[in-house]
Write a protein that binds this ligand. Structure first.
Ligand SMILES: *Cc1c(COP(=O)(O)O)cnc(C)c1O
Length: 378
């Protein structure tokens, strides 16, 4: 099975014989006393790579966010400050626990949550901030940490798109009280579906371990559930894939950075088209190479996507502001801190994610760039 040469997908993983062999090994052997062996190895390598004390493998990142909020006891009546422009999975779990998402604006350069907007949105009901390292860019963690500490807020780092990015020498996912990752097939490390929660806080970790297993404290052999909770586990075959992927971590991150470098060099002549940034003190693992063209091109993201599709190239729209989606239409109170003309809305109106999967080589990048030059001809 191979990808048709004439249509270029937007995302996809790099799977080698290593991952295939581990998955087969798990299918055969990860039973009986070995049922957790691949999960344990995957978690240990992941925690070490990210620089966190604990890592918990989960069925998806959405579960990780849900568990993080539940572990911190966030619930009805509480407000959680979130970026308006992100994937809905960053925010949907706020509703799962019965709390209220409060949408705030993003910064123009990094596309991540604006710390000033966070401060302006704090009320006496605020309990947590969810900051997202969007498309591989790092949020302003120094300021977010100071704000969270000053107001005694839980700081959740959604690093689903930023595995391998760094901030002041620290890996993405290690900057929040809890960090969360996704291994969906489109992500930097893929297990098909899958997620990871990392933390260096022993108490939060213990709480997560109980909540993810139907209220069974770790080590419980008698099935005496202490509370009604959730069932969130990753299968051994997925963990085997993830272990193989993490053993190739440096290679995978280098490849993502190479794909971005090809685009950056090839698109350098297009005036007024911003790409993912890499501010001083950070490094970007460029999950999705993303263009944000100036408004005076007169094209929105859907028009650009149509132009690419007509040339056999798949792409994705920049995340649409959550406060404008039907999903949140009946929660107008949550948009009360957004300015009338949010920075994030303009970025989200024109931004497009370009093909960035591991199938990309220099020739394919050239093909996408040539198509963009035609589409964006003024
Ligand atoms: C992919 C993604 C998620 C959700 O991951 P799942 O594994 O699909 O649950 C959460 N947040 C962001 C920012 C993502 O990109």
């Amino acid at each position: 099975m191979s990808i048709a040469d004439d249509f270029l997908p937007v995302a996809g993983p790099s799977i080698t014989d290593r991952e295939v062999a581990y998955a087969a090994d798990a299918a055969r052997n990860a039973w009986y006393q070995n049922h957790n062996a691949f999960n344990a190895r995957f978690e240990a390598l992941f925690a070490e790579t990210v620089g966190a004390k604990h890592a918990v493998s989960l069925p998806h990142c959405t579960a990780a966010i849900h568990l993080a909020l539940a572990a911190r006891g966030i619930g009805p009546g509480d407000e959680v400050i979130v970026p308006d422009v992100t994937w809905i999975a960053s925010v949907a779990p706020v509703s799962y626990v019965g709390a209220t998402p409060v949408f705030v604006d993003s910064l123009k350069e990094t596309w991540c949550i604006d710390p000033d907007a966070v401060v302006a949105a704090i009320t006496d009901k605020t309990r947590a901030i969810i900051a997202v390292d969007l498309y591989g860019s790092m949020a302003d963690w120094q300021r977010l940490r100071a704000i969270a500490d000053a107001h005694d807020l839980f700081l959740l780092e959604d690093s689903a798109e930023a595995l391998g990015s760094t901030y002041a020498g620290q890996q993405a996912g290690s900057l929040g009280d809890i960090g969360v990752f996704s291994f969906h097939g489109s992500k930097t490390v893929a297990t098909g579906e899958g997620g990871m929660l990392v933390t260096s806080d022993d108490a939060l970790h213990a709480r997560v371990m109980t909540l993810r297993d139907h209220g069974r404290p770790p080590g419980d052999r008698f099935f005496l559930n202490t509370e009604v909770a959730f069932k969130y586990k990753m299968s051994a075959v997925q963990a085997a894939l993830g272990l193989g992927q993490m053993e190739r971590f440096d290679e995978l991150i280098a490849q993502k950075r190479q794909i971005f470098a090809w685009y950056r060099d090839r698109l350098a002549n297009l005036q007024g088209v911003a790409l993912n940034t890499e501010p001083a003190g950070t490094s970007n693992s460029y999950w999705m190479v993303t263009i944000v063209p100036d408004a005076d091109y007169g094209l929105d993201k859907f028009a650009i996507m149509e132009g690419l599709k007509a040339r056999g190239i798949d792409s994705r729209p920049f995340f649409t502001p959550l406060s404008t989606l039907p999903a949140y239409a009946e929660r107008p109170e949550s948009a009360r801190f957004l300015p009338s003309d949010p920075v994030g809305h303009e970025i989200a109106r024109v931004g497009v994610n370009l093909p960035s999967g591991y199938h990309m080589d220099e020739a394919k990048v050239n093909r996408v760039a040539a198509a963009l030059e035609e589409i964006l001809r003024r």
